[in-house]
Design a protein around this ligand. Sequence first.
Ligand SMILES: Nc1ncnc2c1ncn2[C@@H]1O[C@H](COP(=O)(O)OP(=O)(O)OP(=O)(O)O)[C@@H](O)[C@H]1O
Ligand SMILES: [Mg+2]
Length: 404
Amino acid sequence: MLTPFERPAVVLDCGTGYTKLGFAGNGEPSAVIPTVVAVPQVRSRPGPFDDLDYSIGDAALAAATSSALHYPVKQGMVESWDVMERFWQQCFFQHLRVDSSAHNVVLTEPALNTTEAREAAAEVLFESFSVPGLHIGVQAVFALYAAFGQQERGRALTGAVVDAGDGYTSCIPVVNGFVLSAALRSLPVAGRDVTRLVQKLLRERGAPVPPDQWLEVARQIKEAHCYTCSDATKERAKFDADPGKHVRLWEGVNAKSGARFRCGVGVERFLGPEALFRPEMVTSEPAQPLPEMVDACIQSCPIDTRRALYGNIVLSGGTTMFKNFGTRLQRDIQRIVDARMARSGGGALRVTVTSHGRQQHAAWFGGAMLGAMPEFASVCHTRAEYAEHGPSICRSNSVFRDIA
Ligand SMILES: Nc1ncnc2c1ncn2[C@@H]1O[C@H](COP(=O)(O)OP(=O)(O)OP(=O)(O)O)[C@@H](O)[C@H]1O
Ligand SMILES: [Mg+2]
């Protein structure tokens, strides 16, 4: 019989919007599903509902009209462990079709996760799912490894990770494999705000989208047609001068009647992603534009780490997937740095933003890499350790540095 270390570990990256789930050693998650649980209206309390009486992911969203939706993750942090447990139940048994007691688990966590949350995750996974082993790792650290691939395996890396997901965007400085959490910065603007902005702009222009399909259509349009421009005023002038060249046609199907509808996608193509560079377009909260936020984050790190951090800004998360996103971010940060150097009379400092093929699911992929390394055994807490010491074994966060 195979031991858990001979079977692929299950890798779970549960984001505010989407959960990426699959197996260590793979290049892509087996499934990417909305992080949501639907409980039929009559039993809308997420209490001890029976295992078959709820749905998760896309099936949950499809049941929205007759169910109460519960989102277990808010701003990257687990808010309800009861809902999370139900969600994981179907992740293991329905989506991955595995016996949770036979596979080790790699779980990702946000950089500012609390000790309590880490221990609660260990408790649920060891006690309710009887997992044989568990490693909990920070999404940003995994993302750094995803960007640099196998050749760097086991080496403690340094870089500033810009993680833009569905619910929030943050800049996380990592030095020699450790997160400098005091310097971490976040921006309350991410993918779902861009989707809402695209929806608002299209709606104002009278696009004929069925009312209950708006959000989904706006998200699909965003993912297919939006891009980051270098200058929004000039870009608008280009659209005005030759709309035929820049407007894209979107065709959808009315889910109820089956009728086709069409709309032109114009300035929303670049104005949507612009919200990350001008947060006032979507929020009244005080928020720095993304390039300023990344600069402020690195400036608050120890002076001897800054050159390395500016030189290795790594992208992670679905909202960094807009075409030219990395180029614009690099240029804007470089301008801020150059202006500061010109004022202070300092020398040149090169900013490098790394776009890479694994960006979209970077945290998941880094976890999948770790789970497939022979050294995984040395950073995986076992059920025997849990039985002896309890959830506190997961209190401290082992990083890749431990493997080197
Ligand atoms: N090709 C694409 N272009 C632009 N945006 C995309 C693309 N693919 C996915 N997205 C957006 O990325 C977001 C999901 O990203 P991700 O899975 O990294 O977020 P998350 O982990 O759920 O959230 P968070 O990290 O905020 O907790 C969604 O808003 C989605 O619409
Ligand atoms: Mg995420």
